[in-house]
Design a protein. Structure first.
Length: 65
């Protein structure tokens, strides 16, 4: 689990119907969501909890062939 006071790297892989979240280059996902909705369009959002500070940098979205 990343330390909330340090920068950490997150990679989100969406392979319908599953989403896998990898932290700091680890081979095993820290989180897996097995069932996505049927939406094909939408938005990407980032969030930090209420009352907590946070910053995001170098956000990149790429589509695999």
């Amino acid at each position: 689990e990343p330390n909330g006071d340090d920068w950490f790297h997150v990679r989100v892989v969406v392979e319908k119907p599953k989403v896998s979240v990898y932290v700091n280059g680890r081979a095993e996902p820290a989180l897996v969501v097995d069932e996505l909705s049927e939406r094909t369009h939408g938005a990407v959002g980032v969030w930090v909890g209420e009352g907590s500070g946070g910053a995001f940098t170098n956000l990149r979205v790429t589509r695999r062939p």
